[in-house]
Every structure is written in structure tokens, then in C-alpha cells.
Design a binder for this molecule. Sequence first.
Ligand code: 3PG
Length: 228
Amino acid sequence: MEAINGEGSATTRDADGSGRGVHEALGVHRLVPVVVLDDAKDAGGLADALVAGGLPVAEVTFRTAAAADAIAAMSARGDMLVGAGTVLNAAQVDAAVDAGASYVVSPGLSRAVVERCHERGVLALPGAVTASEVMAALELGVTTVKFFPAGTSGGAPALKALAAPFGDVTFVPTGGIGPKNLHEYLSIPAVHAVGGSWMVPRDPVRSGKFDEVQSLVAEAVALLGKEA
Ligand code: 3PG
């Protein structure tokens, strides 16, 4: 696998298809910007803003028809860790992986999605907010889950309590997280990284205000420096 940590972090998948290197890189960056792109033509400007802001990571959601083209444009650059979000079925896994995604995020736990990710050799990050869902994820060989929607599922206290019995499981809480409560989550040892859309709001992206996005990204990265 090419280096995917550190400065100018590059993308790509793990040569062994394990997803371990991608998982490790997400843990290094600690933040996963959740992106909704209305038009794939904005992918380049957004990618520039993310890289310049110090966070060469994106979870491009399949909430819009632009997702696959945006993933293709971002991953072709070779300087970003590009994943797909809101992946609901195996066909979308294929579309995401064919476009170059190196990890696949789902709002919930789908056996079909996880198994296709494993077949395609990309990291699967399915959603789980209950102990039963975490156990079902473990049965599928998944040890990092997306705690989603974090805010309305009890927030950081609920995540802390959920993590307690699962020593080997780590979490990517997402949903309702922003600068004000980011550290509540980051301070939990089981939290691998935190996801959110606050760094990449839809409107400035849509209107091409990438300098605004870059500032938000840089502010989020600066907050990491204040991690307890
Ligand atoms: C997601 O798809 O992961 C969430 O919609 C992101 O949640 P947020 O917009 O509250 O950050």
C-alpha cells in the first residue's frame, strides 16, 4: 500500500484488501468530512479546499447522483483518502469501489453491504448504535462502526456506555457533531475518528465558495490540536 498517512496523504487501498491501512489513516486524521455534492464539477474545488485546509479526507455520500463521479474525481488526484457514504446496498458498494472509494460507510448494518465490501477489498464502516448491532457487526468481522446518528442516540455518554463491554471495537460517531461538542466524543478512548458535515456545508460548496470551506476545515483541524 502507498503511504496514506501524514503530509499530502495519498489515497489507495490496502494491497492485501484488509482495509487496515485505510482504517489507520482515518484514525490519524481523526475527522471525516461528510460531503453531499449536488454536482460532480464541484469535486475538484472541494478537494482543493480539504487538502489546503489540512484534512485530505472525504466521505462522499450517495445521497446525490453526483456521488460516483465526485469520488472518481477526488480519488484520481491521489492525495486524498476518499470514501463513499450513505451506501445502502451492494450495487452502491460496486459503484463506489469502481469509482475509486477506499472505504464504504453505511448509516446502518447491512450484511449485504459488509460482505460486498469484504469481497471488493475495502474497509466497511457500517452504522451501529445498540449492543446487538455491534455484536452483529462483530459477527461479520467488523470492529469499527459508525455510531449514527450520534446526537439523537444519546450522544457521547451513550457511546461511552455502549463501548464499555466491547474492548476491541472502535467507533466513528457522526450526526449532530460540531465544534462545540467534538471533544466530548474525541475524549472517549474508543472513538477512532469523528464524522460530520459541519466542515463542508452544502451551500458554500454549491455556490463555489471554497475559501469558506477551507476556513471551516482548517478551524476543525485546529480544534484537534486542542485535544485533551
Ligand atoms: C451522515 O450522513 O453521516 C450525517 O448526515 C452527518 O451528520 P451531520 O450532518 O449532523 O454532521
